[in-house]
Design a protein around this ligand. Sequence first.
Ligand SMILES: [Zn+2]
Length: 188
Amino acid sequence: MSDPEEYVGLGGWTPAELGRPGEVRPVVSAPDPVLSRPGPEVDPTSDEVVRLAADLIATMRVSPGCVGLAAPQVGVSAQVFAVDVTGHPKTLTVHGAFVLCNARVVEASRWKAGREGCMSVPDLTGDVKRAGRLVVEGVLPGSGKAVRLVTDGFEARALQHEIDHCAGLLFLDRVAGAHAVYQRKVYL
Ligand SMILES: [Zn+2]
């Protein structure tokens, strides 16, 4: 169990704190090598990272069904990602829309398989085992404030998927085998 004294949360952070509108960036698809490269840590207070954070939020917003987007997916090798699972039917805990830099998993439990997709792997989905309860530490862009998020369910899954992107991993690297990969249905 984590010590409640250590729970910091987002402190009411919203993308408005970035102080600038984001621009939509093109999303790259596998096998682009940037998706397989571990991203370096960033300076969360730098103008470049604040702009990247705003752009990740903007790009996520215009992408239907998108619950998370990591810097490598817009061609930038860096440990920065956005998540927003608001309104998703499988969600329990929701922190709203946020961006984390240099995030790492500090506690993970209640592992469970579930179906995942990815904007950078548009034709496939796969069954991936993820922790259903998760504690993540990271830094907010702009202020550089360190945060500790305790979450579960679908938000925990989304966070693990995005942290993987920052480490150069796709959900395809996490599936149990070819039998756990599925062709997406084609909608004409
Ligand atoms: Zn993805």
